[in-house]
Design a protein. Structure first.
Lengths: 327, 603
């Protein structure tokens, strides 16, 4: 065997990998509900790997991203190639409307069933739970969802609105399905002068800043702010937490399916999952460790919820919440 | 003065191109959007049916929001009216020093967009306020931020609109004949009595006009209630419209069109009434000398100067300090001192984050493009309106104002309705492209640019043009050689004012942006909404810097402009207001112009 042939076969073995990184270029637009800084980091990490792709992102709460998308569908000008939004229920809805493009070659061997669509239309990237946050100066420390209806919390609770946050919509669907009395729980929160305003970022700002002492919020925000020195503590309530999985999907109208697939592959790769860990999220990949500040994976109790029902009831749930909190 | 009816120049006859341009602009920027809105609100399914509209108007949320809008607008007017009036009197009739600087700074606080002002005051109070924490004055954790909710909105709207009242009242003061004051003086009245017995009664129509404008501005304001009301769920109509459309999507267009129509009707009635009142209050005859400062304050002058400084500190300095404090701390809620001070947020927003950098570029480009296009259009349009339209120009100038009088959020809905579906002939939709934002800016700010140009146009003597025409110069040649040089400064000033207003606006673009076309106003709001208070403050400071620079550029241009172009120079109807007014003013012989801003004191 000549050295020439060895070199050639080596080249041949290397080529696909090289071609993969080099052949992918063009524009890619990501619509995401990740906070700005996280979205920028995600985009930067992808760019480092695929320097030929010029990727930009638009950030807003999941319901607002969806509203924007629906207007763009109507105008016949969908701008986004890839979606990275809070919950799989919304993705199911888009899949049913025929808006998504399946990525059949996606490597999901490491992921348990249920974390992605069986037909590979969407893929969960993280586990984001919703629990309780309190300002460490608060005297009363809640441990249960029902604690939030107690007089100690009166007028001091702030929560995200399902009109602004996808996680909050799933949270409402989960809680009303699991707690006795359903929507009566939210009526009790309202009677306790709870405030529902914008998204999770606003809740963090108000509780960390001491304008309110208690909040309902996604886990990673207070956990990583606590690590930076903010006076907040996150609680996994004893009944369990609700959870969303921040799935990623490709839109059918994409003008750059290759780069879109590369972006999905990147998020599902070990590297992409470790980025999630570094950002302070629970990665969807079961082998990736949890960030500091979380209990072990098997001790996090996630309440179940009926995804099909949540999808069917989406508008009704939003309206019910809006009616109670006068939005 | 030329008696126009008798000696109509041959220049004023004929010509088809320019009137066609004007009709086209009116149709595209004003009539079509308004008609589309009316159609959707009144006939959502193609048939006339007011049912859905009434239903949308009586829903619990709409009624609450309507009440919130009315009460904040009303009470903020009660605050803005006395504050702006006293400022106009102190700066307009007393011998206070440095009045030009004070006037500039007071009007600057109006030109800084409402969401920036709201952000600044929001960070000024409450337990997390960097300034209060630094001073050790922060209230207990768990106490609410007093800026949030109804009280805060009323206070900030009132402070923000006081300069608007000031601008209208100053313009009114300039229209009081000096003779009234001199007659009272001869009678031996002291200055205070002249103000209470003579000046204020004459100013009553202006006062009502200013009040109505402040009220309308309050009803249509989006930035202040969006930042101060949303966190505590106190929603005004524009915020409710935004929230419905941004959370439920275009399926809600019918409902929000109905709400929008209600707000629009309210605004149009108030603005029309205000203009009628302003005209009725006008008692200055052409040959009268206008009022100028007559009140020598003597030993109370220092007190008056302290008052003016305090008002400016409250409306401009304090909010700016608050923005700096929250932009320089590592995280909102920390004290500002030598060990915590950081420039990271500035670096983050002007260098690191793609979105903010892109948004700055976008806003510069969109506002700049709209301003240049409008300035270019303004010269032929002003010529056409003044020379070629005859009596129909009164109707034309009124129609041109529709998009300016409509609250921004309502104009945005009208633009979506108009441009969402692909355009006929070319078959593409402007929605989701930068063009929809530029289109909205063109529609909204056209009257702002046209106003000074019309004033300049009315001052051009026709004789020169007639001579050129007799020499054989065609219309294009006359426009280029005679009209253009005389109107250029006014067009540039109009363009700069439009740029100033469009650069940091949020109300229009908040519903029109999409991937890659974010404006800086949108990014500021989204950063604050995402809880990134310090980065939002850093963006706000950059916005204030750009606005201040544009204002200084305008100020430098001042002496080349028709009287009344710059509200702080020779306060006329202000940036906010009327083409007709400027037009009418411009037709009168030029008064002492800029000299009015720094008048000699009569003794």
């Amino acid at each position: 065997v000549s050295t020439k042939r060895i070199l050639l076969s080596l080249l041949a073995a290397l080529l696909p990998a090289l071609a993969q990184a080099q052949g992918i270029s063009g524009n890619l637009v990501l619509y995401t509900s990740q906070p700005n800084t996280d979205a920028q980091q995600t985009v930067d990490a992808f760019k480092a790997k695929y320097p030929e792709v010029s990727i930009s992102f638009v950030r807003d709460g999941t319901p607002k991203i969806l509203a924007k998308l629906s207007a763009e569908f109507e105008a016949g000008q969908p701008q986004a190639d890839v979606l990275l939004i809070a919950d799989s229920v919304t993705m199911e809805g888009l899949k049913k409307e025929g808006r998504l493009l399946a990525h059949e070659k996606a490597d999901v061997s490491a992921y348990p069933a249920g974390t992605h669509d069986p037909q590979k239309f969407w893929f969960s990237t993280k586990l984001i739970t919703t629990g309780i946050v309190y300002n460490t100066k608060a005297a009363f420390k809640p441990t249960s969802w029902l604690d939030l209806t107690k007089p100690e919390v009166k007028g001091q609770l702030v929560m995200p609105s399902p009109l602004a946050s996808g996680a909050a919509l799933i949270h409402a669907a989960t809680l009303t399905g699991n707690l006795d009395g359903g929507w009566k729980y939210y009526e009790e929160l309202k009677d306790n002068d709870a405030m529902a305003g914008g998204g999770n970022g606003d809740v963090l700002k108000q509780v960390a800043g001491g304008q309110k002492l208690y909040g309902i919020i996604v886990d990673y925000m207070p956990i990583r702010e606590k690590a930076k020195g903010a006076p907040v503590e996150f609680v996994f309530p004893k009944e369990g937490v609700s959870a969303v999985t921040e799935p990623v999907a490709i839109l059918k109208g994409t003008k750059n399916p290759e780069a879109a697939r590369a972006f999905v592959d990147f998020l599902l790769s070990k590297e992409g999952q470790e980025l999630a860990l570094k950002q302070g999220y629970i990665a969807a990949h079961p082998a990736v460790a949890l960030p500091v500040g979380y209990p072990p994976r098997d001790q996090i109790r996630v309440m179940g919820f009926d995804a099909a029902k949540a999808l069917a009831d989406e508008t009704r749930n939003k309206a019910a919440f809006a009616e109670i909190f006068g939005q | 003065v030329r008696d126009r009816a008798d000696t109509k120049s041959f220049l004023e006859r004929g010509g088809f191109g320019l009137p066609a341009l004007i009709v086209l602009a009116i149709a595209a920027f004003d009539v079509l959007p308004a008609a589309r809105l009316l159609l959707t609100a009144l006939a959502p399914k193609g048939v006339l049916d007011a049912g859905p509209m009434l239903f949308a108007l009586v829903s619990r949320a709409a009624v609450n929001a309507g009440r919130a809008s009315l009460e904040t607008a009303f009470f903020s007017t009660l605050l803005a009216l006395p504050l702006g009036t006293v400022m106009a009197l102190v700066l307009g009739i007393t011998d206070i020093r440095r009045r030009h600087v004070a006037s500039f700074l007071f009007v600057l606080s109006l030109m800084i967009s409402p969401q920036v002002v709201a952000l600044a005051f929001l960070h000024l109070a409450g337990p997390a306020s960097p300034i209060l924490i630094t001073l050790g004055l922060a209230p207990e954790p768990g106490s609410a931020n007093p800026m949030l909710g109804r009280g805060g909105i009323i206070l900030i709207l009132g402070l923000h609109h006081a300069p608007l009242v000031y601008v209208v009242m100053s313009a009114g003061l300039k229209r009081i004949p000096l003779a009234v004051i001199e007659a009272a003086r001869v009678d031996g009245a002291i200055p205070l009595r002249i103000v209470t017995d003579h000046l204020l009664p004459l100013m009553r129509p202006h006062l009502m006009s200013a009040g109505l404008l402040a009220f309308v501005a309050g009803i249509g304001n989006f930035g202040i209630p969006a930042l101060l009301g949303t966190p505590v769920n106190y929603l005004t109509l524009p915020v409710l419209i935004y929230r419905r459309l941004s959370s439920f999507g275009t399926g809600m267009l019918g409902d929000v069109a109905a709400l929008g129509l209600f707000v629009a009707a309210l605004a149009i009635v108030c603005v029309a009434a205000s203009q009628v009142l302003a005209r009725r209050g006008d008692v200055l005859l052409d040959e009268d000398a206008p009022l100028h400062p007559f009140w020598r304050l003597g030993c109370t002058r220092t007190a008056a100067e302290i008052f003016v400084s305090a008002v400016i500190a409250l409306t401009l300095l304090l909010p700016l300090l608050s923005l700096f404090a929250s932009a320089l701390v590592p995280s909102y809620g920390m004290p500002l001192n030598l060990s915590t001070i950081t420039l990271d947020h500035f670096v983050e927003v002007v260098a690191r984050q793609d979105v903010t950098v892109r948004a700055f570029t976008n806003s510069l480009v969109y506002a700049g493009a709209a301003a240049c296009l409008l300035a270019g259009l303004a010269i032929p349009m002003a010529y056409g309106l003044v020379r070629l339209m005859g009596p129909s120009r009164i109707l034309a100038t009124a129609l041109l104002e529709i998009s300016y009088v409509l609250p921004g959020i309502v104009l945005a809905i009208a633009c979506i309705l108009l441009l969402l579906k692909p355009l006929p002939v070319i078959g593409i939709s402007l929605y989701g492209t930068p063009w929809i934002i530029v289109f909205a800016y063109l529609a909204r700010f056209q009257p702002v640019v046209l106003k000074p140009v019309l004033a300049g146009m009315a001052q051009i003597d026709m004789a020169q043009e007639e001579a050129a025409a007799l020499d054989g110069a065609h219309l294009a040649r006359r426009l280029k050689d005679i009209i253009l040089p005389s109107l250029l400064p006014a067009a540039v000033a109009g363009g700069l004012i439009a740029f100033l207003l469009a650069f940091s606006e949020l109300t229009v673009s908040t519903l029109l942006w999409s991937a890659g076309t974010e404006t800086i106003g949108v990014v500021l709001y989204s950063l604050e909404e995402a809880g990134l208070a310090s980065q939002a403050s850093a963006v706000a400071i950059v916005i204030v810097a750009v606005v201040t620079l544009a204002m200084l550029a305008l100020d430098a241009l001042g002496r080349h402009l028709p009287a009344g172009t710059l509200p702080w120079h020779c306060p006329a109807e202000g940036a906010a207001l009327s083409v007709r007014e400027a037009d009418r003013r411009g037709l009168e012989p030029e008064s002492s112009g800029l000299a009015e801003a720094r008048p000699a004191l009569s003794t």
